[in-house]
Design a protein around this ligand. Structure first.
Ligand code: ADP
Ligand code: MG
Length: 394
């Protein structure tokens, strides 16, 4: 896969429409994590060094096609300005006459941030007229919104029909090359670590990876869904009922290919999920009636750590337990540490998985941390994304 990148082009004196993913967490008007803003700085600085002027567009939250003040990008513009140490102009819409006027008076090397694209329902509908309007603001289009590339939205997908000059920014380039490394030539053994809660969203991705991975280890609701699929006892543990059928199919495929597949050898179990619950450890890989599995047990940690030690390539998505509660966080933290200590090429995706890696203080020892959880999983499932396809070299 060869995508067009900003390195191949000349932006001197051009107006660039730059789509980014500034969907950052904001609490009481304060940005609590600006990772996604920082991730776009190399692209912004490069374009500015080329004497382009930038029209930056993003979505924030789910305003559902209406103007919702709490989802305004204004504070994001202020933070961007602080990070760049440079003025960032702001306009309170993303389309229309006021925007056009601001764009027309934008000079070389200046930045204008548009208001939340999703204040217009046309954005998520992928509307052609809306996309045409966005495209008409600039001479060229650059996409660096990796986390939104799985959506056929107007500013990600449709807009490329109306701009001749399209390219990917450095963030997309980095994300795609990390994920392609897993899909195309992973060094063996390739270990897939799956946990977390959103099983239905994720389980399809496993199918596409079965021909590439050697070992799969599971934790969290993912593990209980597979244990249930094996017709073993899970007690009152959380299971994704919708995914049990597919989990059964996947177990068959795993057996056909003679892959190494693990559900936890033991579990940390409680009778009620709460901070003051008194957990005990099971003696085997099942959960007795009336009990809830909340973390992998010590034997499982030992076995999984050994799998991690042997691996040359690792992809991890999903915590091993309810890691938000300290007592149930050990499995997740130990797995994160083991990945940090390994020399394997390691990629981590998913908001909670990244939070766990930060909590274990090993994020700088991970080869690549994906900024888009959903987008990275869909990329691994399909080998591409709608927003990436439109950036490909013909
Ligand atoms: P990610 O954000 O990394 O993609 P998910 O969102 O799918 O991961 O899953 C994370 C959530 O899974 C966490 O909130 C965690 O508490 C929950 N979880 C993990 N193990 C269990 C479990 N055994 N029972 C219930 N919830 C669990
Ligand atoms: Mg999550």
């Amino acid at each position: 896969m060869k995508i067009k990148t900003i390195k191949d082009k000349n932006y001197k004196g051009k107006k660039v429409f730059l789509r980014v993913d500034y969907n950052v967490p904001i609490e009481k008007g304060v940005i609590v994590d600006d990772t996604r803003i920082k991730a776009t700085i190399p692209t912004i600085e490069y374009l500015l060094s080329q004497s382009a002027s930038l029209i930056i567009a993003s979505h924030l939250g789910r305003p559902k096609g209406k103007v919702v003040d709490e989802f305004s990008l204004k504070p994001v513009g202020e933070r961007l300005s602080k990070i760049l140490n440079k003025e960032v102009k702001f306009v309170s819409d993303c389309i229309g006459d006021e925007v056009k006027n601001m764009v027309n008076s934008l000079k070389e090397g200046e930045i204008l941030l548009l208001e939340n694209l999703r204040f217009h329902p046309e954005e998520e509908e992928g509307d052609e007229d809306f996309a045409k309007g966005l495209a008409s603001l600039a001479d060229c289009y650059v996409n660096d919104a990796f986390g939104t590339c799985h959506r056929e939205h107007a500013s990600i997908y449709t807009i490329t029909k109306f701009t001749k000059d399209v390219a990917a920014g450095f963030l997309i380039e980095k994300e795609v090359s990390a994920l392609l490394k897993l899909l195309l030539n992973p060094e063996k053994p390739f270990l897939l670590i799956l946990g977390g809660a959103k099983v239905s969203d994720k389980i399809a991705m496993i199918k596409n990876l079965l021909d590439k991975v050697d070992t799969i280890i599971t934790g969290g609701v993912m593990a209980y869904t597979f244990i249930k699929a094996k017709n073993w006892e899970v007690g009152d543990s959380k299971v994704d009922q919708e995914a049990v059928g597919l989990a059964k199919e996947i177990i068959k495929e795993i057996n056909k290919r003679h892959l190494e597949f693990h559900t936890p050898l033991d579990h940390v179990i409680v009778q009620k999920v709460s901070e003051d619950a008194v957990p005990i450890i099971t003696e085997r890989g099942t959960v007795p009636h009336g009990w809830i599995g909340v973390d992998i047990g010590p034997q499982a940690i030992e076995e999984y750590t050994d799998c991690i030690r042997r691996a040359k390539t690792i992809f991890w998505n999903g915590p091993m337990g309810i890691y938000e509660i300290e007592k149930f966080a050990r499995g997740t933290i130990e797995i994160a540490k083991a990945i940090g200590n390994s020399n394997a090429y390691s990629v981590i995706g998913g908001g909670d998985s990244i939070a766990a890696v930060n909590k274990a203080q090993v994020s700088d020892k991970i080869s690549h941390i994906c900024t888009g959880g959903g987008a990275s999983l869909e990329f691994l499932e399909k080998g591409t994304l709608p927003g990436i396809e439109v950036l490909k070299e013909e």
